[in-house]
Structure formats: C-alpha cells, structure tokens
Design a binder for this molecule. Structure first.
Ligand code: LRH
Ligand code: MN
Ligand code: MN
Length: 388
C-alpha cells in the first residue's frame, strides 16, 4: 500500500533547477529564431526563472553559464535573485567558444591554452564564492576529429591535471559535477565520452567530485536508469541535466520524447532514497526552446518531471519486491506499469493547491499577463541568447 501523504510530502520537497540559457534565444546550426520579450541581461533571465518558481513552487534556483551570464558584481546579482525569491545554483563553465579551443581546452596540446582554460575553471570558483553556489559544473567539448590528430592517453593526463588543480581550489562545501557527452563537437574521439570516464576521473579526484548525467548525451538505446542505479550505489551521482532527445543532443523539453524513460530514471532515484534535496543531487534542466515559447516550455518540463516522479513514488515497492523474490516476471513488470499508467495529474493539482499555487501552472502563467509585459518592456538592447 502506498502512503499518499508521504508521496505528497516528497513531491512538495522536490526541487528542479532551471538553466539561465533556456530563457534566451537559441537555435540549431542552421538558424536561431529570435523571440520577442527574451531577456537582454542575466538579471532578466533571473527574473524569468523567478516567474517559473512562482508558478511551480519547486524551482527556487537558477544555474548560470559563464561568460554568458558575466556581470561585474556577483554578490549584487545574488542579492537581486534573492529579492525575487530565487537563488543562484550551479555555475557552468564555458571552455568551448573561443578560437583558442579549436584543438581542445584543458586537453589542448598547447600548455598556454590549457592554462587559459584552467584559469577559467578557477575563476568560476571565485564566482561560486560570491554567489554561495555549491556546484561547479564542468563540461568539456574536448576531443579530436581524426585518428592520429592527438594522443588519446596524453589528453587524459592533461585532463586529469586540470581537474586536480580545480579540485584543490574547491571550498569545503563546494563540489565538481563532471558531465560527459558521447560526441559533438568532436566527432572521432571525445575526451569524456561516457559516464565511466567521468566516474573514473571523479574517483581519482575524491569525494567532492561526482558525475552529472545529461539525459541527451548518450547513444540511442542507452539504458540511462542503469547508469543512475550504478552511480547511486557508488555514491557518485551528483546531478542531472534533464532534457529530451530523439536523435542526439536535441535539448528538447524533459519528458517530451520519452516520458517512460524519465519515469524509469526517477524510479531508480526514489528507490535509492535520493529524491530528497538533502541527499544532494542537483536535478537541473539543460534545454533550449528554439521554436516554442520559453517560460511556459520550462514550466511544462518541470510538470513532466513532477509527473514522472509522482508515478515513481506510486510504485508499490512491497508488491514489487515480492514479485521479484518470487521470480514472477510478469507480476513485477505489472507493478511497474500500474504505477506508470496512473494519471497523477489530480494528485499534483492537489499538491499545488495545498501549497497555495494554481493547480494549472501553464494556464496560470498564460493568464498572468507576464508574457505580454516582457514583450512590451524588453525592447531595444541585445537579446540574450546562446553564446551571448
Ligand atoms: C553540452 C551541454 C553542457 C553545456 C550546455 C550548454 O552539450 O549539455 O551542459 O554547458 O550544454
Ligand atoms: Mn548538459
Ligand atoms: Mn548537451
């Protein structure tokens, strides 16, 4: 029997972090479609994140990407966020947009480029000191396009050296989230292509380094929930970048392409007791909204995560364990599918009403007039976007 009050408590305590870059313009290699009302400054991105929190009640932090969100005074930016009811979350580094990084950043054969890249990682920790952020999220686009282009082992050594220097600079309450990605922009060999490589580097570094799983960064058909279960068991899962993929790093709304996969991932989280924010996993979104309106798309993504979580919490664990121990394959699978096929929308509406929120966050946002207001207010200036 499921304890519904406990399910509601868990859903109320759940947290999802929004990415500042999802509020800005974005596109594909072929075209960036600009939208009216898009933020022009980091402050405006934070204001939009605060609106997402206002309607969902579960998104009180926003991740920054440096230098896309570069400001002179990060303490002032943090105070501004606080005044809107949100906090600054993970600091994302960017060692992929300079010409210098054509052959790699921290794995570049040129020591001067490696120095520049590592200095950026250290600078990001200075920013964390000012914002009070716990998490430094590292993703390296480093890799090579052709066999023989560079030495695979030497590149691992250079990566390890940069990571060690960065790790040594972390404060007591700070940590590294090390992200991996199968390919792109490197096409032949990426320096951190998979969770195993990230895990091995995190192990070498120590307890303050954990793996970040970006759900869009795997080969098609990869069993992501297995990775979740394995890393949880090793206490090395630090964060998610949630998004959906059909083909590669599509960055579509979480839970849009494969809600069943999202449910299976969240079931492993619930089973591992890792949903509670006190456990320390940062559940982030990492998405781009190229053709749809951004704020309601981010709200929709959060609702999708909440629905997958509610279903995961509804799995009858006792019945499942019994079926598993009895070797009853069909019954075990039926228990999982019963939970997945439950319509949890009324339950989530109740959770929101209990929190004093509108039970329909997307509808409430649309009725609020905020979209019309930002379209009217945010004229002139350069709209923020991918790379701006
Ligand atoms: C790389 C990635 C990484 C970046 C973000 C903008 O594909 O997932 O997390 O920082 O996109
Ligand atoms: Mn990511
Ligand atoms: Mn990505």
């Amino acid at each position: 029997m499921t304890d519904l009050a406990a399910v509601k408590r868990a859903l109320t305590a759940q947290r999802v972090e929004t990415p500042s870059w999802a509020f800005g313009n974005s596109g594909t290699r072929f075209k960036v479609f600009t939208q009216p009302g898009v933020p022009r400054t980091p402050q405006e991105k934070i204001a939009d994140a605060a609106v997402v929190h206002q309607y969902t009640g579960v998104a009180p932090t926003v991740a920054l990407h440096i230098p896309w969100d570069k400001v002179d005074d990060y303490s002032a930016l943090t105070a501004y966020a606080k005044s809107l009811g949100v906090g600054i979350g993970a600091i994302n580094t960017n060692v992929f947009q300079d010409d210098d990084y054509k052959l790699g950043s921290v794995t570049n054969p040129d020591p001067a480029v490696r120095r520049k890249a590592t200095d950026h990682l250290l600078e990001a920790i200075d920013i964390m000191d000012a914002t009070g952020s716990r998490d430094l999220k590292l993703w390296f686009s480093d890799g090579i396009n052709y066999p023989g282009q560079d030495d695979l082992t030497n590149r691992q050594d250079r990566l390890a050296a940069a990571l060690q220097e960065t790790y040594a600079r972390l404060g007591d309450d700070q940590r590294i989230l090390l992200e991996y990605k199968l390919f792109e922009p490197a096409f032949y060999a990426t320096d951190i292509p998979d969770w195993g490589t990230s895990y091995a580097h995190c192990l070498e570094l120590g307890p303050k380094a954990t793996v970040c799983i970006d759900t869009g960064h795997h080969a098609p058909g990869t069993n992501i929930e297995f990775i979740v279960a394995f890393l949880l068991r090793q206490k090395k899962l630090g964060a998610f970048d949630f998004n959906s993929r059909f083909y590669a790093d599509d960055d579509l709304m979480a839970g849009a392409a494969d809600p069943f996969q999202l449910f299976r991932i969240l079931y492993e989280i619930v089973r591992g007791g890792a949903l509670d924010p006190a456990y320390g996993i940062n559940f982030m979104l990492d998405q781009c909204h190229n053709i749809e309106a951004k704020i309601p798309a981010i709200i929709r993504s959060i609702l999708n995560i909440q629905e997958a979580t509610a279903k995961a919490l509804l799995v009858d664990r006792e019945a499942l364990t019994k079926a598993q121990n009895d070797g009853d394959v069909l019954e075990a699978n039926a228990v999982i599918m019963d939970a997945y096929n439950t319509d949890v929308r009324p339950l989530l509406a109740e959770v929101r009403t209990d929190l004093g929120l509108d039970p329909d966050p997307v509808g409430a946002y649309k009725r609020s007039g905020y979209q019309e207001k930002i379209i009217a207010d945010r004229v002139g200036g350069e709209q923020a976007g991918w790379g701006a």
